[in-house]
Design a binder for this molecule. Structure first.
Ligand code: SF4
Length: 450
């Protein structure tokens, strides 16, 4: 048995504070393997070096594991970078204990070699952590010399995925700050959006957890920690196989009083399904619409049309369930004409919120990365550690941003640039609102049958 300190390095509050679910899942995997685990959340601790060092001294860990959730915030206007914080934490560990440092998490898994060197951690874990970290600690404890970076290998099936071991203090912080905690009902994504690393991180097929196990987690979070509001962090909640409906049916069968929201793909979901989800506690949904016209939807490899997004939007409005569309401008094939067409399309999305983004973060190994190199807008050797964004060479970015800003101006339900949304949400937060917050920006029509 080893003493392991798990540390979440995430400090992002955008768009809201997000419970470090990966840490909780790894914690459960380690505890089930017989280790003693403590969790430390740098954000919830007020980003305090003193509290961090005090935790290390009081717990006296054999190993310190640091998670890096994101490289940056995918907002080309702010270009915030998070690896620096992980590096700082590694330095503080070094100054406090001789315990080896292991780093992992989705952000780390995107650029493992570079981030291991940058942060100065001893070992890195790529991919699903709950089993690999146990293997790594076993090997280190038995005096073996594992490679500096371990990869997850065969993906876990749904039954092998650990339930999160939520931490009471951390739950209290997130319920107070964002009003919800996270849970995952499946991993993976079978789609091929050209900019996305999700399928390479979690696999290109859905791996579903048993709905009973998922709803057990909801129940446990409620009985043990008083949590009744959740975000399902699956890549897409509405999988075509309909697994998501089984989750809702299980919640209803147990008469669980929870509220929740999720990410969805804006296609193949109608009023019947939405009504069922609403009865099971869904109160809002974030739609990965991602582009605003068919030309750019095609060039991003989205696999649905704008008409699909429009239809799904209408179904949500008819069920009076708030939805928000997240849309990126400036991707491959974007021109002044497609921006104009996209903005006109967005006008047709009624009673909904639209978040606009400018440029698309280029991540290694994606088709977008290859395309940017082929088009000569990015050098093949350009480091992607710091945020690098793709902007279509067929439109001037300033002109494009001006068109979006003009179109969204004066509307409370249209948000651009993202920092504007943060300001509005911060005001609502200060007034005591909790949850997604943007859902309060929607006014539904008097007649629900629109
Ligand atoms: S953007 Fe969403 S739908 Fe597309 S590949 Fe990534 S996770 Fe899947």
């Amino acid at each position: 048995m080893k003493r392991i300190l798990l540390v979440s390095s995430n400090v992002s509050r955008e768009p809201l504070q997000v419970y470090p679910l990966g840490l909780a899942v790894v914690a459960k995997g380690l505890v089930e393997s017989g280790h003693e685990v403590e969790q430390f959340d740098f954000l919830a601790s007020g980003e305090s070096e003193a509290l961090f060092r005090r935790k290390i001294v009081s717990f006296d860990p054999d190993y310190v594991c640091i998670s890096l959730r994101n490289l940056d915030n995918c907002d080309s206007f702010s270009r915030a970078g998070y690896p620096e914080i992980a590096k700082r934490l590694v330095g503080w560990v070094r100054g406090t204990t001789g315990a080896p440092v292991i780093i992992g998490g989705p952000g780390f898994s995107i650029l493992p070699e570079e981030l291991l060197a940058f942060t100065g951690a001893d070992h890195g874990i790529v991919g699903e952590g709950e089993r690999v970290v146990c293997d790594l600690i076993r090997d280190l404890s038995e005096g073996r010399t594992p490679p500096p970076i371990l990869r997850g290998g065969r993906l876990l099936d749904g039954g092998q995925m650990a339930s999160p071991l939520y931490n009471g203090g951390m739950i209290a912080y997130y319920l107070d700050q964002s009003g919800m905690i996270n849970l995952q009902t499946k991993r993976g994504c079978p789609h091929g959006c050209i900019y996305c690393v999700y399928p390479s991180l979690e696999g290109n097929r859905f791996r579903h957890r048993d709905p009973k196990a998922v709803v057990d987690d909801l129940e446990r979070a409620g009985t043990e920690h008083g949590a009744d509001s959740f975000f399902f962090t699956d890549s897409i909640f509405n999988d075509p196989q309909g697994h998501y409906l089984s989750i809702a049916e299980e919640i209803l069968r147990r008469r669980l009083r929870v509220r929740w929201c999720c990410y969805m793909r804006p296609e193949r979901i109608g009023r019947k399904e939405i009504a069922l989800l609403k009865r099971a506690g869904m109160y809002a949904v974030e739609l990965g619409t991602d582009a605003a016209c068919d030309t750019t939807l095609r060039s991003l490899g989205k696999g649905f049309s704008f008409a699909d997004a429009l239809e799904v939007n209408r179904a949500f409005v008819a069920e009076r369930l708030p939805c928000a569309h997240f849309v990126m401008f400036g991707g491959p094939g974007e021109t002044a004409d497609t921006v104009a067409e996209g903005l006109a399309n967005l006008e047709r999305l009624e009673h909904t919120v639209v978040f606009g983004y400018s440029g698309i973060r280029i991540l290694p190994g994606t088709a977008l990365h290859g395309q940017a190199i082929a088009e000569g807008v990015l050098s093949p050797t350009a480091p992607l550690f710091e945020p690098v964004y793709y902007f279509s060479p067929q439109i001037d970015a300033d002109v494009m941003n001006g068109m979006i800003a003009d179109s969204f101006r004066g509307r409370r339900d249209r948000i651009f640039p993202p920092v504007e949304g943060q300001k509005r949400l911060a005001v609502m937060h200060n007034f005591g609102f909790r949850g997604l917050l943007w859902d309060h920006l929607i006014r539904f029509p008097k007649d629900p049958g629109c």
